[in-house]
Design a binder for this molecule. Structure first.
Ligand SMILES: *Cc1c(COP(=O)(O)O)cnc(C)c1O
Length: 400
């Protein structure tokens, strides 16, 4: 495999601008890096210490907590910092299961959830959890009535993501939360892909637990959080010191936490202008690709979709092969989920939506972010049709 060198790119295009895999991770915002840097050098204190270096670090952690709480309409005491969105999902699901298993062991989720949820549920089934996964149709949207019907007397937790990370499809979270609350079931929402992109207010939504992660919103890897509604009981899964209200032991990752707070505040400030910009770019990409390549279809309900994620299926090609050809041109896109792209496993999300195998294998994901410019999108929509033609004709392309 070869990679396009910076100097090979057309004038005005940077590698960041041609990075269209923002649902996998995002480039760190310079503003977040700026906030982090002092805590990677001089300001090294342990936030639990009560002399000046410790107090300084504690102040940074608590400032970030206020920023995260404000961004999602929560109170400061309801934010638990973790090391990843996956950890937040694990803490929410295992923590609720441990705290409530005397009341029942039934958990409800959805077939199209992220692996951080699905594999956690599978692990819990070894400990007696009974899991019902709700099906979705071709729209990819979960029906709250299906959730209501699945609730049993021993149901203790419902976990449904805000928006799908492969298709961008948005679920009716407030409706599901209402159903859960009526039946006294704790409701967790994995909003890792959605925070900073959609208006998310834990009171309006009525969720009990909500996961978010910094590196999906131009923040650092290693800085993430779980919202835990006051009064909702969960058990820790990492034991040790009394950090994070006893719910997550371990010395806080101060730089990552500070970076998360700054990145989320910035994402919220930019959101009103940025999301319409990205939605227009996304619509432009779909329109152009459908015109220049035959057999291109958008996956999932177009009316309920994040501005940042386009999942397309392209007839007669392997999505993974297109991804690798595009990569040689310096263009980063994805095929299915990141994990399945590595192992070439068909996307569990597109499969669960009932798409025929032929469409599933031709799936690609283009996910937009702050650094994608008009010029970069023009480059993308000029290149992809050529690469698709090369794949369809099955002939090796001439050198560039
Ligand atoms: C990325 C992602 C996760 C995992 O977050 P990490 O911080 O990478 O562990 C979980 N859920 C969704 C929906 C995601 O997009």
């Amino acid at each position: 495999m070869s990679f396009a060198k910076h100097t090979d790119l057309p004038p005005g295009l940077t590698p960041h601008a041609l990075y269209f895999d923002n649902a996998a991770t995002t480039p760190l915002a310079p503003e977040a890096l700026g906030v982090m840097m002092p805590f990677l050098s001089d300001r090294f204190g342990n936030p639990s210490a009560i002399y000046s270096q410790g107090i300084d670090a504690r102040y940074a952690v608590e400032k970030a907590r206020r920023r995260v709480a404000r961004a999602i309409g929560a109170r400061e005491g309801e934010i638990i910092f973790t090391a990843s969105g996956s950890e937040s999902d694990n803490l929410a699901i295992k923590g609720t299961f441990l705290a409530r298993r005397h009341r029942g062991m039934h958990v409800i989720s959805c077939t199209t959830e992220h692996s951080a949820v699905l594999n956690t549920l599978e692990a819990l089934s070894d400990f007696g959890a009974e899991v019902t996964l709700i099906d979705v149709g071709e729209s990819g949207v979960i029906d709250p009535d299906d959730v209501a019907r699945a609730i049993r007397d021993d149901t203790v937790l419902i976990t449904v993501m805000f928006a799908n990370s492969e298709t961008g499809v948005i679920h009716p979270i407030a409706e599901i939360a209402r159903v859960a609350r009526e039946r006294g079931v704790v409701f967790h929402c994995d909003a890792v892909q959605s925070v900073g992109k959609e208006p998310i207010d834990v009171e309006t939504l009525g969720v009990d637990l909500l996961s978010l992660s910094g590196h999906k919103i131009h923040g650092p890897k290693g800085g993430a959080a779980l919202y835990v509604r006051r009064g909702v009981e969960i058990q820790p899964i990492i034991h040790g010191g009394n950090q994070e209200g006893g719910l997550r032991a371990g010395t806080e990752n101060v730089p990552a936490i500070a970076g998360l707070g700054a990145a989320l505040e910035l994402a919220e400030a930019l959101r009103p202008a940025e999301m319409p910009r990205l939605r227009a770019l996304g619509d432009w990409i779909i329109e152009r690709l459908q015109r220049s390549i035959n057999g291109v279809q958008l996956c999932g309900d177009p009316a309920h979709r994040l501005a940042t994620i386009l999942c397309l299926t392209i007839e007669g090609i392997e999505g993974a092969r297109l991804v690798s050809l595009a990569g040689e041109e310096g263009i980063s896109i994805a095929a299915g989920s990141a994990c399945s792209a590595g192992g070439l496993a068909p996307s569990h999300v597109l499969t669960a939506m009932g798409l025929p195998m032929g469409r599933v294998s031709g799936g690609i994901r283009i996910s937009l972010g702050r650094e994608n410019t008009d010029a970069a999108v023009d480059h993308l929509i000029a290149k992809l049709p050529l690469l698709v033609r090369a794949l369809r004709e099955g002939t090796p392309r001439d050198g560039r």
